[in-house]
Design a protein around this ligand. Sequence first.
Ligand SMILES: [Zn+2]
Length: 253
Amino acid sequence: MRYSKEIIEEVAARNDIIEVIGQFVDLKRKGSNYFGLCPFHKEKAASFSVSPSKQMYYCFGCNTGGDVISFCMEYGKMSFAEALQMLAERAGVSLQEEDESPKAKRIRYKRNKILEIIEEATKYYEYQLFNSNGEKGLSYLKERNVSDETIARFRLGFSNNLTRYLRKKGYSDALMLEAGLASHDERYGTHDKFWNRVMFPIQDVNSRVIGFGGRVVDNGQPKYMNSPETIVFDKGRNLFGVNGKINSIASGI
Ligand SMILES: [Zn+2]
């Protein structure tokens, strides 16, 4: 699909570059610009700058630069169309989806179903953390001085009996598997992928949960486990959140 210059400009204008980049890079104001550690090359001094007035970013270390759309393309390893669609969604700008091909429509429908079930799982995990099932998880976080505010802000949770809950809600095993929330084998059939773990949601640029990292609170293995790749969580192409702030929180716990 081709997009008009006007619609591209509107999408860019409705997504403040400081807000978008600030979700993935810790930005500190210095004069009229913001600075942070460059997400595109390894560095210890902050040479990555973002200008609110120009709505552009530039790195003095590796010379990468551009606008909010090119940031998403580069950071999320997305095509121009994908970045534009994501930002349009974020800002509630319509890209005239009636022009969509039937295949694109099917994929969008499937993506939405998967995002919906993952959101349902996130809420359930959040609830479990403060339930008797989640006691171990909550005391684990408390021992590490994680505040209630951080728990709420990053939507941390605890995994326990998710598949049973989702089945009751009417979700199919097939969708749970596709969303990376369940595993399947001969012996146990379809069962929880994450069990007795503190859950760290991985969010995209629209603050939608697209996957999880799960940390054991006892001697279980593996110590840390991530969601498998799904149509909403493509580790090779879409690393949003994974190498962003949540990872620094998770690895510090
Ligand atoms: Zn750089």
